[in-house]
Write a new protein. Sequence first.
Length: 162
Amino acid sequence: MSKTLNYQEEPITEALHSIIERWKDEEGNLIMIFHAIQKEYGYVPRNVAIFVSETLSIPLARIYEITTFYNYFNLEPPAENTIAVCMGTACYLKGAEDVLNAFRKEVSIKAGEHYSEDRKYKIEEIRCIGCCGLAPVITFNEEIIGRVTAADVASIVKEKSK
C-alpha cells in the first residue's frame, strides 16, 4: 500500500512571484510555470499550487490535471538520494528485478512504496534509459551505473549516498 502524500508548506518566495509574472499572459503558461516551480522547489508543493490557482484565477483541478498528467512533475519533496532501476526488456532479462529487490532491502523500502521512512532514499522503476548494452542499468542521483548485480547494491549505496 502506498503512503499518502507528504504535504509540507513551502515559502511563497519572490522567485515564485517572478515566475508567475513572467508567464501569466503567455499561451500555455501553466506548463512553463510548473516547470519553473519544480526547478525552484524540487517538486510542486501543494500550497504553491494553491497559490498559483488563486493568483491566476485558475481552478485547482486544472492545475492538478497538468501536474498529474506529465511524469516530469513531482508532487512530493525529493529524497536525498534517488535510485532508478531500469526495467526495460534488456535490463529485466539480465536481472533488474533482483537488483531492484536488493536496493529495496538495502534502503528499507517495501514493494509498492517509493520512499524510505527517513526520506533519505527514493526508488523508481523506469523504462529503458537507452543503455541496453550495459544492462542491467540503474541511475543513482542521475549517475548511470551499468552491469549492476544484486551483490553490488550495498557498496553502491555506501559509495554514492549523500
